[in-house]
Design a protein around this ligand. Structure first.
Ligand code: GUN
Ligand code: ZN
Length: 653
């Protein structure tokens, strides 16, 4: 069972529980234990490092008579002395390294079951990056056949169904889709070790994203053979939940130390600037002078500490909604990784479907690649499709020094508006009409004052496109005659606020829903402290509350009813089964299995109208999942309910 509690990008924080009742939090890395060597003891991995899952090789155990006998008599957990989750691999990697292995899929699956593995692996066929498409397609057929067989044999053991497909995105996606239809528990993405060894990160991005497109979002995804700390943030961002590392021990044997910015040979290192528990108190000279075995163990532990630390950081950034930032920073340690990050932009459109409409933290710009984040495309799409200009003339303002813009350009906005011009600010996001300047991500973003030409060009191009689609006349504000100035009048403030209410509602809910919602006499209450809009009242009913943090609206049930009365379903709707209605009406969250239908356009953190099967409004809430995920999920909260219809007043957020 896989329960997701937090997401960012395609990454998720989840709890994975095996049939045997063992569980671990994801993202997780499974250290590889070679049962014949055990550089670091499984018990140490559990107690000292806190690893709750590990991976070992059932093929090696099966081919080593005393290990085989022991594993079958006392079980794998006792033999290795590891109380957490044990995953086993099947011998596929050995066939990739050394050629064919002499055993069948059935034999190795049954063997894994006989030793009490938590998660066993099918004997998949490793699709090499240099294979032709035909060769790859043929071998996938065989892998799928073996996977079906493994599923029929698995019993209480969980099974890894490995996505293969070499470097062919269409074959990857197709293989993933077929795997998604089977009763598989975990999906490793296989055949990627050579891509990582050869620093072919842009192809790795193609492989991961195309596999993710076909897979079931309900199951954890394991990136087979990925264990270097420098890739963890980036791979997690793309939706990989599990990783494994044999390199911590393999590198240690060759005196190679892993750091966040690469792997370095002890003999080449100029200093040992590491404060991990393994290195603390030692020096480069002492390490070099150490006995071979002691040194291997120390370096292996150092390598594990680097992994542990980075994983903790990845989790923190997911919790803070800032994983894009960490991944962008990490991808700068090697140009090949940067290339991977640049490739990811090709999938901006796909990623945008899952990107939350708002985050707690600000958008921090780390460089030109930041514009590849889905948050930029989201803004572009919504502004181009949901904006309605107040006048037909635009005055363009330049400059990003302060935010929100309407507090920077007070007098100039007054001058423009009194001459019938709508102020539009040219920002790194593209055009920002004055009405939207407090909205996430516009006000909640930090860019360097000295811009780069890429971002400048892109935002200018988008602004030109916007201006020509929505306005008949455009001038630079510097060319406007200075006829007016000063502070806006009371009446103008009111007009601007009402215009802001309309624009934000359209941006969030779409034009039709916003117009339906605001059709009537609009009143509003401002915060006494900040002067910002707080509550919006239409014909005497409190329909919206604006959040100070992201400048977005919380939809109240009276507002939901106004929309539902005029805009046909499925717009903004999440329709729940009748037996879930009494629970939602009391304010309980909407679970995925009770959802009958949902608006495809809703993204995480969007406001949703919860309805029953006859389209009666039963509550409002915030989306946690998107429609395709809801349909694939058996468990999990789809909508965080804010108000049920029986609750009366809802709280402010
Ligand atoms: N370990 C690394 N890559 C792979 C793979 O593609 N399949 C299996 N089973 N194990 C692996
Ligand atoms: Zn160290």
């Amino acid at each position: 069972m896989f329960e997701i509690s937090k997401r960012d990008g395609m990454a998720r924080i989840g709890k994975f529980t095996t049939t045997s009742g063992r569980s671990c939090e994801t993202p997780a890395l499974l250290p590889v234990i070679n049962p014949k060597i055990k550089t670091v003891l499984p018990r140490e991995l559990y107690d000292e490092f806190g690893f709750r899952a590990m991976i070992t090789n059932s093929y090696i155990i099966r081919n080593t008579p005393d290990l085989k006998e022991k594993a079958q008599s006392v079980g794998l957990h006792e033999m290795l002395d590891f109380p957490g989750i044990i995953m086993t691999d099947s011998g596929t990697f050995q066939s990739h390294m050394y050629g064919e292995v002499e055993l069948t899929n059935r034999e190795i699956v049954e063997f894994q079951k006989s030793i009490g593995t938590d998660i066993g692996t099918v004997l998949d066929i490793f699709t090499e990056p240099y294979w032709t498409k035909e060769e790859t397609a043929e071998s996938i057929k065989e892998t799928l056949k073996r996977t079906e067989e493994a599923v029929s044999l698995k019993g209480d053991m969980m099974i890894n169904g490995v996505v293969q497909g070499s470097v062919y995105p269409d074959l990857r996606e197709d293989c993933a889709r077929k795997m998604a239809a089977m009763d598989i528990d975990v999906h490793p993405i296989g055949g990627v070790v050579p891509l990582m060894e050869q620093y072919r990160y842009s192809e790795l991005v193609d492989v991961i994203i195309s596999s993710k497109m076909g897979l079931n979002p309900n199951r954890p995804v394991h990136l087979f053979g990925a264990g270097h700390p420098m890739i963890l943030a980036f791979a997690a961002l793309m939706g990989c939940d599990l990783f494994d590392s044999a390199s911590y021990a393999k590198y240690a044997k060759d005196d190679r130390m892993m750091f966040i910015d690469g792997t370095f040979r002890l003999q080449d290192m100029q200093s040992l600037d590491c404060d991990c528990p393994a290195c603390r108190g030692t020096t480069l000279q002492a390490l070099r002078a150490m006995g071979k075995n002691e040194r291997i163990r120390l370096i292996a532990k150092h390598n594990l500490y680097q992994i542990v630390r980075e994983l903790a950081l990845v989790k923190r950034y997911i919790l803070e909604g800032r994983l894009w930032e960490l991944a962008e920073v990490r991808c700068r340690v090697h140009p090949a990784l940067l290339c991977g990050l640049r490739r990811l932009r090709e999938y901006q459109d796909y990623l945008e479907k899952f990107d939350p409409v708002s985050r707690e933290g600000a958008v921090f710009y780390t460089g030109v690649e930041t514009r590849g984040r889905p948050v930029f495309l989201r803004y572009e799409k919504r502004i181009m499709s949901r904006y309605v200009p107040r006048t037909k003339k635009a005055a363009v303002f330049y400059g990003t020094e302060g935010k929100p813009y309407s507090r920077v350009f007070v007098s100039d906005f007054v001058n423009a508006r009194r001459q019938g011009y709508t102020p539009v600010v040219l920002s790194p996001f593209g055009p920002v009409p004055a009405e939207l300047d407090e909205l996430y991500p516009i006000a909640q973003s930090v860019f360097p004052e000295i811009e780069d030409t890429d971002t400048q060009n892109e935002s200018e191009e988008l602004t030109m496109q916007f201006l020509s689609s929505f306005f008949e006349e455009t001038v630079s504000f510097t060319d406007l005659e200075k006829k007016f100035g000063g502070e806006p009048s009371e009446e103008e403030v009111r007009e601007n606020d009402i215009e802001r209410i309309r624009a934000v509602a359209r941006y969030q809910f779409g034009t039709d829903a916003a117009d339906a919602l605001l059709d009537g006499k609009i009143d509003y209450i401002r915060s006494r402290k900040t002067g910002k809009i707080r509550n919006v009242i239409v014909d005497g009913e409190h329909v919206l509350s604006m959040r100070a943090g992201d400048g977005m609206f919380t939809l109240r049930i009276e507002g939901a009813k106004k929309i539902a009365a005029k805009v046909p379903k499925p717009a903004m709707r999440v329709q729940v089964a009748d037996d879930a209605v009494p629970f939602v009406a009391k304010g309980r969250n909407v679970f995925a299995q009770f959802v009958l239908d949902a608006d495809e356009g809703l993204v995480p953190q969007d406001e949703a109208i919860i309805t029953d099967s006859r389209d009666n409004v039963v509550g409002t809430g915030r989306m946690l999942l998107v429609k395709s995920e809801i349909q694939a999920m058996k468990k999990g909260v789809a909508v965080k309910t804010r108000t049920g219809k029986e609750e009366g007043k809802d709280g402010e957020e």
